[in-house]
Design a protein around this ligand. Sequence first.
Ligand code: ATP
Ligand code: MG
Length: 447
Amino acid sequence: MSIHIELPERVRYLINKLRSAGHEAYVVGGCVRDSIMGRKPEDWDICTSALPGQTESCLGLPTIIKNGVKHGTVTVRLMDENFEITTFRTDGCYTDNRRPGSVTFVSDINADLARRDLTVNALAYNDETGLVDPFGGLDDINRRIIRCVGKPSDRYNEDGLRLMRTVRFASVLGFDIEQATSKAVHENRELLHNISAERLASELIKLLSGRNVERVLLEYPDLIGVFIPELLPMVGLEQRNPHHCYDVWTHTVKAVSLIENERLLRLCALFHDFGKPDCFTTDENGTGHFHGHPKRSAELCDNIMRRLRLDNRTIDSAVTLIKLHDLRPPAKPKNVRLLLSKTGEELFPKLLELKRADALAQSSYMRTEKLRYIDDLRRIFRQEIAAGSAYNVKMLKINGSDLIAEGFAPGRALGETLNALLSEVIEGELPNERQALLGAARRLREQ
Ligand code: ATP
Ligand code: MG
């Protein structure tokens, strides 16, 4: 059966323009793979036999981002949309397991496809030629297999990032990794030492969002452990506790796959128990405990996320959620307000989601009670938000200026007074009303 791909009109225009000037041109890579699979491509990359200068003059469109040209990439703008058009090329020798020292332009599409990482990505298409598939990529898509183009260990030695791309595509597409490819991933894992933190983080985050994340994380902790060695002691660490039926790593992986598919939450699930190996003790009955592990997990998460160059907002949110993930105060309004004072309104539902995934990734012991407790917290949270209850100083009905007007001295003590008032409001001992707050402030001053 011949493959037909419905190309967007602009893409067809660009390809036709290049072809009518006597050049070859195709869509290539991820967009071909995704179209065959019925997925919506992120972007449409085009490759051509035209040299960059020929592409520019033939299309006569404004070109932007000039720095791709030495690698053969011309970025053109067509009706507010950017398209990358890259000359067929082979990669020169790889000097640092990272990027080719030079590229050579070639006239044969098959030579260009041979430099690509995986068979499912080594596909090109245009309406006249149909699918160009020299490495069996279509078969591999149909059989749901990830396989290197060429000899896997050679390809990984050329570019170590391909190790992470391999497991990332297996996770995202839900494919199996072919045996020789899988073996080479394990054997060559140390090549990840050559890859920048940013690129590792970006691949890891995509991997975490994949439908096969559970299998990939269970099968490749050694690979991820090259750049996050803190996870290795979790693998096989039995918890010896009725709440748990999995070792710490398996529990973690289950939590990742059960939590809502959102970047921050997937990361929190990954890191939430990293502190357990350092906190493991057994009591006189042989039961395992992990006292203090949320704090230790939060510290490790902070270190690792900084090392991976994640943004500060993600780091702060993850650290907050992980620190709080195991707290179980009675489901009462004042305790919800206290938690809210630490998370804020936006993060609070995420804390509940982390707790839910954590509970579901444990043994079934007391699961119903755990889930009911989380539902109780959620119900109270909604009530408190609807009631406009104060959970931070800004929400108090008085501020620093009010206190100064009452004769309080400006300075640090003012902030401490407001915090003390907030504590009483959260506790439910003081109404959030102007006169009551001022009275309480005076009382505090006299103590
Ligand atoms: P997605 O955009 O969904 O991440 P993609 O397959 O389009 O998937 P890109 O990173 O956009 O991935 O790369 C486009 C194409 O370039 C790939 O399909 C592949 O053919 C090739 N490619 C990308 N990175 C590499 C690499 N490190 N080694 C070899 N080929 C690569
Ligand atoms: Mg792409």
